[in-house]
Design a protein around this ligand. Sequence first.
Ligand SMILES: [Fe+2]
Length: 126
Amino acid sequence: MTKLKEIYKCEICGNIVEVLHTGQGELVCCGQPMVLSQEKSLDVGNEKHVPVLEKKEGKIIVKVGQEPHPMQEEHFIEWIEIVYKGGKSCRVFLKPHEKPQAEFVNNNEITKIREYCNVHGLWVNN
Ligand SMILES: [Fe+2]
């Protein structure tokens, strides 16, 4: 059974979907099961993916990596999402050559921040 907000990817065509309503069935694309993206929170190696938060004046700026993550055509941060208490969420989609960061409202009710790297998958703040 799927869980709310899980992210699944098709390893053949690259489709990525998010679960907005849970169900019993298996998610299938291109004739095979889609793969669940596990939320990772521990950086290893040179590239940093764990979201870094900077709070100022009612806003929260989320940056990907202390050292900015690459934003090249073949390797970039696709989106950054903030999840607030009560289920409200906001996602900013990014493009190659933009900064790997996004700005959100800081209402002090943040439960989670996630980001998705097209090469290294799904990451979450601790
Ligand atoms: Fe990456």
